[in-house]
Design a protein around this ligand. Structure first.
Ligand code: DGL
Length: 260
């Protein structure tokens, strides 16, 4: 249990870049009285093709920054970073750390025909954590995975609707359509920002699932358990930080505007 002094402290939220804003949107809706500090590591994005050791080093650096700014808990709003670094982070830090993983379990439950697709980064799909996830929740369903190389870079540039982005989406969705997936997991926090294009490509009958809402509920549960919930009645503040260039700040503003 943590001291009552911590309740007004912010929750630190981190991602390889701007993608975690799709999670922050759910966090701020679920917990409107909490303060949040969001860190986009855009100077080092994408994480999807980095080694686990490199990702762990970045996560330690960002966590140190957020903790120095008073964070009472951390949300790793990145599937790739969770797979590579959350175990090491939990060993190193004593504050609550919430991570996320592709929504294979809810997708398997939602699928009617037993065929689910997973769009994610190479790092997530190759991780031992993802293999364990499939082992636990992928039994009895056919899981078709697709690494979306280059997509995070497009979204980092704010290129949500360019012909290049649309061509990549078409390319990555086709194998899932061909396999007959009726449920597709958005297994990277950047992808909800191109959700409407994915839905158009795969058609209205395919269900798209991401984990933002589940992570927000989990954060609430953990803060309650730890007696760390902010009891204020006024709305919380948000602070946005990035290791990226000026352009990242503009993209963050645009994407945050889209979540409003
Ligand atoms: N948003 C990160 C995720 O959820 C993107 C990873 C990357 O930077 O490649 O996996």
């Amino acid at each position: 249990m943590c001291s009552a002094i911590a309740v007004n402290a912010p929750v630190g939220v981190m991602d390889s870049g701007v993608g975690g804003l799709s999670v922050l949107q759910h966090l701020t809706r679920q917990l409107p009285h909490e303060h949040f500090i969001y860190f986009a590591d855009s100077a080092h994005a994408p994480y999807g093709n980095k080694t686990a050791t490199e990702i762990q080093q970045r996560c330690f650096t960002i966590a140190d920054t957020l903790i120095a700014k008073g964070a009472k808990a951390l949300v790793v709003a990145c599937n790739t970073a969770t797979a590579a670094a959350i175990a090491a982070m939990r060993e190193r830090y004593s504050l609550p750390i919430i991570g996320m993983e592709p929504a294979v379990k809810p997708a398997a439950a939602a699928s009617k025909n037993g065929i689910i697709g997973v769009l994610a980064t190479t790092g997530t799909l190759k991780s031992a954590q993802f293999a364990a996830l499939l082992e636990h929740y992928g039994q009895g369903v056919q899981v078709v995975t697709q690494a979306c190389v280059g997509l995070v870079e497009c979204i980092e540039q704010g290129q949500l609707d360019t012909p290049h982005t649309l061509a990549l989406l078409e390319q990555y969705c086709q194998p899932l359509i061909a396999a007959g997936a009726d449920t597709i997991v958005l297994g990277c926090t950047h992808y909800p920002f191109v959700r409407k294009h994915i839905q158009t490509i795969v058609g209205p009958d395919v269900t798209l699932i991401d984990t933002g809402a589940a992570v927000a509920k989990r954060l609430q549960q953990v803060l309650e358990q730890e007696q760390m919930l902010n009891t204020a009645t006024e709305a919380g503040d948000y602070v946005f930080l990035t290791s990226g260039m000026e352009k990242t700040g503009r993209v963050m503003q645009e994407l945050w505007g889209l979540t409003a």
